[in-house]
Structure formats: structure tokens, C-alpha cells
Design a protein around this ligand. Structure first.
Ligand SMILES: Nc1ncnc2c1ncn2[C@@H]1O[C@H](COP(=O)(O)OP(=O)(O)OP(=O)(O)O)[C@@H](O)[C@H]1O
Ligand SMILES: [Mg+2]
Length: 340
């Protein structure tokens, strides 16, 4: 396989300043919400005085792309794979940052990994809490319908495990991983790797997932307090989303009040109001008031606590199978207990 210079640099972990837009970066397509780099290296020009006529061509291109996506059935950007949720998001994740929070152990990582692996576009999963081998096990559990515990117990013969892993690997050809559990993944490196995936797969968009924002921010914190570290991390992710014209989905921890009430509302991210403030959407995963059923599935209510592209407060019923690390849409089929 031919490996370009930028690809080699990304694989070697070479990293540039996280706030510069490398040449050739796809640009925001008009509904991106990127903030300017928080510490710009060079002075930027002031915003031009415009009238609506000046926004016409960008808005028209957007309308054409939306129409093309609708008539062809090909999403214009990375999707979640959950039909109702994708509709609420406007058909696909919009460029910009998206936040997901949830109860501890509600399946945030499982949800984010499933979305990254099935979003129909290249995806870069920046893992700050789980090793790539553990992610492969979890992905393999879902793809091959093999209980996660069986990969760890030794009950499966190595040849069988090899076959299952191969099946899982083949099922996610567009997924890239960054292991940020040992060394921090700097913003510039994340952007560079996302660009490698874009050109490797000749794709129009890429989904970046950061699990979790708090762990990622902590890696850069140095002497900075949590609030400052989170704000710096958020500004960096917004800049990446803006530079690539792509969506960035970050997992967040809940603050204590929200944890106690289980509300998971718009201001539930721990540490900084900006976690939700700049986000296109805030997705909340809550265990519904129901036990695991006979199929090993737990009812989960996915709530759109914030949504710039559709109705706010919309709740979507999902089921989470922890042993298989699999979420499925349960809105059409289940009538069981769904209240928290
Ligand atoms: N071997 C297993 N068998 C059954 N369920 C499992 C197994 N391993 C994990 N789970 C389920 O998966 C859940 C964890 O999923 P996941 O790691 O995606 O959650 P999370 O919300 O990201 O958690 P955290 O808050 O720790 O980051 C656990 O709460 C558990 O219910
Ligand atoms: Mg997790």
C-alpha cells in the first residue's frame, strides 16, 4: 500500500501545532460552528460586512447537498445508524461538536464505538480510557454476537478467536483508532490522522470521537485547573471540527447534581458550562426504569437535551445489551417500562 508523507507522519505520531489548518483541509460547508483558534498563531482578518445575498451560494450548496442525500439515500455526513435519531439530527451529524453524557456504565463508550464503526464514513476513535485491544474485544462482541466475557475467559480456542476478530476487523474498514491511554493525543495529531483517513478513503467527511473529554483534557492539564483544561480542550476540538468541516463527538462525565437527579439535561457536563454551550447537540443516555430483560437487554432512554438541528427534549427508546456491547433502536417494538 502506498503511504503518503502525511500518513507516515500521522502513523509515527509526529504532531504539529494543533491550531493551524493544514493545507488542503476540507473547509466548513456552511453550517459548521467552529470557533476560531483560541490562541491564534497569526492575526486573522476581521469578519467582512455581509448581506444575505453573500450567504446565498453557501446556503444553496447546502440545500442541494441535503436534497441529493434525501433522494439518493446516501447520508451527507456520518450517521448514528439509529433511524429516529438521525432524522432528529437533520439526517446526519452536522459539522461541529456534539456531546454525549450518561449514567456511569450506561454504555457511553459502547454507543460511541458502535456509532464510529457504523457511521458509513471514516471515523477516528480517540480512546483515552480503554486500550485498542479492549475496544477490539468489545467491537468483536457486537459484530459476531459473541458474549464479551467469552473473549476473556479462555473458553474459546485461539483459532476461533482469530476467526471472530478477523470478522470484526473486516466489519470496520473505515475505523481508525488512537490509543491515548498512555500518551496524550495532541489536537494537531488528531486532525492530521483524521485527514489521513479522509484521503485514504477519498471521503467527504470524517467523524472524530473522543472518549472521554475529561480524560483527554486531563492529559494536557499540567498546572491548569479542571475548568481551564476543559475549556482549552473544548476550544481545540471546536477548531478541529471547524478546520475539517466535520463532526466531533465527545463523551463527557456528568456533574454531581445531574448524577443525583439522573436528569442528564443540557447543563449536565461536569466542569464547564462550555461543554454544552458550543455543542450542536447534547445527547444523554439514561437507564430507564427497567431491569435487564430475558434477552440481556436494558432499556435506555436517549434524550436530545440540546439540538440545533431539530426538536429539543426528544426521547428515543434504545436497548443496550452489555454482554454483546450492542445498542439497538427499540422505539417501534417495545412497550415495556421506560420511565426513570
Ligand atoms: N462481560 C460483560 N457482560 C455483561 N455486561 C457487560 C460486560 N462488560 C461490560 N458490560 C456492561 O457494559 C457496561 C459498560 O459499558 P460502557 O463501558 O460502554 O459504559 P460507559 O458508560 O462508557 O461506562 P463508564 O462510565 O465507566 O465510562 C457495564 O455497565 C455493563 O453493564
Ligand atoms: Mg466509558
Amino acid at each position: 500500500m502506498n503511504i503518503s508523507t502525511s500518513e507516515r507522519a500521522a502513523q509515527n505520531g509526529a504532531s504539529h501545532n494543533g491550531h493551524s489548518a493544514p493545507n488542503g483541509a476540507p473547509h466548513s460547508n456552511g453550517h459548521g460552528n467552529g470557533a476560531p483558534a483560541h490562541k491564534a498563531a497569526e492575526p486573522t482578518p476581521p469578519p467582512a460586512l455581509m448581506q444575505f445575498a453573500d450567504a446565498f451560494s453557501v446556503a444553496m450548496a447546502d440545500a442541494e447537498a441535503a436534497h441529493e442525500a434525501r433522494t439518493s439515500g446516501n447520508p451527507r455526513g456520518p450517521v448514528t445508524g439509529f433511524r429516529l435519531l438521525d432524522t432528529e439530527l437533520g439526517g446526519a451529524f452536522a459539522p461541529g461538536v456534539h456531546s454525549i453524557n450518561g449514567d456511569p456504565g450506561a454504555g457511553k463508550t459502547a454507543f460511541a464505538l458502535q456509532v464510529a464503526a457504523t457511521c458509513q464514513f471514516p471515523a477516528l476513535f480517540v480512546s483515552c480510557e480503554m486500550s485498542p485491544a479492549e475496544l477490539l474485544r468489545r467491537h468483536a462482541a457486537r459484530v459476531t454476537s459473541t458474549f464479551l466475557g467469552r473473549f476473556k475467559s479462555g473458553e474459546l480456542a485461539p483459532d476461533k478467536v482469530r476467526e471472530l476478530y478477523q470478522q470484526a476487523i473486516n466489519a470496520a474498514p473505515l475505523l481508525g483508532l488512537l490509543d491515548a491511554t498512555k500518551y496524550p493525543a495532541k489536537p494537531g495529531h488528531i486532525q492530521e490522522c483524521a485527514q489521513v483517513l479522509l484521503s485514504r478513503h477519498a471521503a467527504r467527511s470524517v467523524l472524530i470521537v473522543v472518549d472521554s473529554l475529561h480524560s483527554w483534557a486531563e492529559a494536557f492539564a499540567g498546572d491548569a485547573g479542571e475548568y481551564e483544561a476543559l475549556n482549552t480542550a473544548l476550544a481545540s476540538l471546536r477548531t478541529i471540527a471547524h478546520n475539517l468541516g466535520a463532526p466531533v463527538l465527545y463523551v463527557t462525565e456528568r456533574n454531581r447534581e445531574s448524577m443525583k437527579s439522573g436528569a442528564g439535561g443540557q447543563s449536565s457536563g461536569a466542569g464547564s458550562r462550555k461543554i454544552e454551550y458550543g455543542a450542536e447537540t447534547v445527547i444523554s443516555l439514561n437507564r430507564a426504569n427497567g431491569e435487564e430483560d430475558g434477552d440481556g437487554e436494558t432499556p435506555i432512554i436517549l434524550k436530545l437535551a440540546k439540538n440545533r438541528h431539530g426538536a429539543v427534549g426528544k426521547e428515543i427508546r434504545l436497548k443496550f445489551n452489555g454482554a454483546l456491547q450492542r445498542f439497538r433502536d427499540a422505539s417501534a417494538t417495545d412497550s415495556g417500562p421506560w420511565r426513570r
